[in-house]
Design a protein around this ligand. Sequence first.
Ligand SMILES: [Zn+2]
Ligand SMILES: [Zn+2]
Ligand SMILES: [Zn+2]
Length: 405
Amino acid sequence: MRACVLALVLALHAACLAQEPGEPLCGDCHTTGKIPHPQKPAVLEQEQGVEYCSFWMDSDPEALALDWVVCPNCLTPSVQQKARLEFDAEFARRKAWLEERRAKVDKVTRTESVHIQTKHFLIAWDIPKIKVGRKILKAHEAAHLYMQRAEGLFAYILDLHGITEAQTLGTRFEIYMFESERAARTIAPIMTDLPLQGDPKVQIVGPKISRMVWWDDPAKIIDDEHRHQMCVHCLSHHIHHDICLGQYTFWLFKSYGWMYEGLAFYLEHRMFGPPKTTCSQEAGGFGNYRDKSWEALVKKDVIDGTYPNFQDVISKAADALTDQDRRFAWSYVDYLMWFDPHKMPQLITAMTGEQLPTRDALRKAYDMSVGQFVDGWLEFVNTEYSTRPSKGPIVRQPRGTKKGE
Ligand SMILES: [Zn+2]
Ligand SMILES: [Zn+2]
Ligand SMILES: [Zn+2]
């Protein structure tokens, strides 16, 4: 069957390209009307997986980064004509994208960003250079690095939960990164309906529209790892909101704050170590808890019996969580991800789609009552957490995979 379809496609393709009766064949293009428009291997490597890149298009005005052009001295006019129509349409599509980006972003901010689009993300980047390790990356390279990180995170989150792209809503997440405070402040309310205030970033968390505007405030962003970690936290909100049946903007944020923040802190812990991020919509800051070992703090509270009431924490919106609540929100998610990460998408769906209360959502996805959850979580903290402060990523062995179990 597959072979038949392939044969049919090839036959149709050949029929489209075939010359008119009496026309000569063309050796230059093998009678396709198209000749290769080679790109340098280094460029192709950098642009892998990219649908559009303004920098690349600007450096290739002849074809706007397309890998073919029309056969210039074609001996087969009808074939050449078809190729020209195709080229013109593709060229126009690219030009329109570029013009739209410039009108919506560069004209508004009066800056010139690098714009890149991939399957899941759209980035506008106007930070002229960043230091990554010992290397200085200019805007174009830096934009690609952050694009790769964003796409990598998307794949990582899906993999972590054992789901495929078909179980996401397919929103394209937009990221706007500026060195200029003025530019970020100008575009923030246009893109997110919210002002940028007191925090390097502001977001509208989808689905349908999911955007982050970022001011690379030198007083707040310590280094690239810090920048990266904060971006992972924020993009976690966007990506998790797009899983399964999510359909309300800011829904987890408003109604299941512990889940919204817990998932983002889980990713920070898993990829970097103790969290460094608060969101602009979250109340307060981190007090003295930034960079401290959350695992040790949670364990200490559990031992001392000074931990918050589960029902109390889960009833709050993200912006009502206290510093202590946030650590416990992370720990609840840490427990559930350890218990069974593949049940997490069902839990998120029960919240964002069916809007079940946490109690019923837990029962549905994890088959646990609140009492069972709390007992199981306490045991998890007692056996898995250490009171000794630790730095660096925390990647736990999933439940039941330890020796002797
Ligand atoms: Zn590029
Ligand atoms: Zn030709
Ligand atoms: Zn957050």
